[in-house]
Write a protein that binds this ligand. Structure first.
Ligand code: S3P
Length: 167
């Protein structure tokens, strides 16, 4: 069985994924790290050099590969993974995968992402916190349709990784 973590950028997928993997003694894989290793470039550089469409194609292919080849693994997706190219269906059709949506509020996401926007190509051009909040509000609204189709949902606000993992 694999456990797939989905959620918006900054929702804690990687931190919770690592913590949960250690707690229940499963392996851990971060899809963004996997893509960076395969492509031998940072996500930022892939977007800069080849553009988002190239990234989304690769993301879909690597998601399929990971779900077919990894077992007993917690897999953290990128924030956009479930929202493109039938990826949600790929996850839902995989009998060995259960998905969890880590749901985080707009305020919390804005706070966390403002400090970390440089490494995220979709928000790196944003300069003020208000602008970021506007962007995230609309983007999260669009993406929630996909995230809400996960098998389970955990609300992450005001909770530590430890609490989220246990839940
Ligand atoms: C993206 C989220 C990023 C990364 C890429 C695109 C998105 O992952 O996959 O920058 O579309 O939301 P994180 O959610 O780990 O930041």
């Amino acid at each position: 069985m694999n456990i797939v973590l989905m959620g918006y950028m900054g929702s804690g997928k990687s931190l919770v994924g690592r913590d949960l993997a250690a707690k229940i003694k499963l392996n851990y894989l971060d899809l963004d790290d996997f893509i960076e290793n395969q492509e031998k470039k940072s996500i930022r550089k892939i977007f800069d050099d080849k553009g988002e469409i190239y990234f989304r194609k690769k993301e879909s292919l690597y998601l399929k590969e990971v779900l077919e080849t990894y077992k007993n693994t917690i897999i953290s997706l990128g924030g956009g993974t479930p929202c493109f190219a039938g990826n949600l269906q790929t996850i839902a059709n995989n009998e060995n995968a259960k998905s969890i949506y880590l749901q985080t509020s707009l305020d919390e996401l804005t706070k966390r992402l403002f400090a970390e926007r440089d490494k995220r190509p979709l928000i790196s051009h944003i300069t003020t916190s208000d602008e970021l909040k506007d962007f995230v509000r609309k983007h999260l609204f669009e993406r929630s349709f996909y995230y809400n189709q996960a098998d389970y949902k955990v609300i992450t606000d005001q909770k530590s990784e430890d609490q989220i993992s246990k839940e």
